[in-house]
Design a protein around this ligand. Sequence first.
Ligand SMILES: [Zn+2]
Length: 457
Amino acid sequence: MNFKAILAILLCKLLRAVSRLLHRGGTAMPGRFALKVCPDLLARLSKDVKTVVITGTNGKTTSARIVEQAFREQGFDYFANRSGANLLDGVTTEFVMNCTLGGKMKKSRAVIECDEAAAVKVFPQLRPQIVVVTNLFRDQLDRYGEVTHTLGNIRTALEAVPEATVCVNADCSLCSSLALSLPNRVVYFGIEQGAVPSRAKPELSDATHCIRCKTEYEYDYITYGHLGGFRCPKCGYARRGADYAVTDVIEQRANGTTAAVSIRGEKRVVEINLPALYNVYNAIGALAASMEAGVGREEAVRALASFQCGFGRMEAFRLGKADVRMMLVKNPAGCNQVIDYLENLHNRFVLAIFLNDRGADGTDISWIWDAEFERLNALAGRIEKVIVSGDRAQDMRVRLKYAGVEDKNITVERDYETLVTSLEGLETDVCLMPTYTAMLELRSVMIRHCGGAEFWE
Ligand SMILES: [Zn+2]
């Protein structure tokens, strides 16, 4: 390390410590200053670190957490950018926080989530071992742009790192087109025909026409969005068979999935500790990445079942300017885990708790008295306000009052539509804690407000 690099590391660590003391998020800012001092700092630090990078529109965080779990199962020593700082500056901060003052990395591996637009800057410095491209969808940011522009960014980024193995979603005609022009080794993951009932036609398709010749795709089957068995009748560009394939989604439950998979030709039945089809994609993509990174088959499979999304599950939405996370609560242990999570947040946030007592929630709501809501008092400085909702909103309000939350800071709002609308104007983070039946209702309102796009991050 030269003098500039050492200075940049020192500065970054100092700024990070100060921003922590001031309870400011600040994972991006320290890296930004460090890069001003030493523009190639990340390249210097990551030189001997084997990195799995996950990019794509949806599922980055979930995929990264599964890869992490596989690394743990394998006993790999690694670090990850869990804070969600997924641009060049944030990733740089993460590396600095895992190196000595002399610039020596403390871990030999990393699991890094990377924003699609930032890939062009991050990849050439990071020189990843494995890159996962989860999928490409049009999201809010792309509304006036083209999803193909994002694809172009990723292609340019990958051109700079021809030695990286790329795991692409075989079912996404946009992602898998990367293989048409790149020199990289490409590994495919996906869901095979017949694994799930096919949809009649692509819904809200972001890729109706062939990326090569603009002819309309024909589909053998569709899983969701534009994902599935696409083929171009004119030029022959078509879905490739997946190396890591889901061959049958055997059972989908509220909290998990059982699926048959084919891992490089070997059949297995796996348990995935997450609901919903888009997480089946995250799981098979993460399985591919983990094994390509050197994790054993048994360890990688075990990770799908043992994986916890940090603290159970967590769904993320972008609502106006607010980052919203929805965290199902149904018992004291789970609720306390959510409070653990809240304690680790850096930003100010609005907390909304939705308490129902219908069949699927458990009709006995006395559990709220066993959950440690008293711990919210220590967070008072960061909680903007607390909203209570659901059939038993008043019970929840009483519980919070006993916990020491000031009544003037508690708002009761039973109407989900009004509640979600009121959140839209916020610039703080929002944490939603619904019980099960409340989550189902709330989720449909949220998805409507978010323009029909679903995220599981
Ligand atoms: Zn074509």
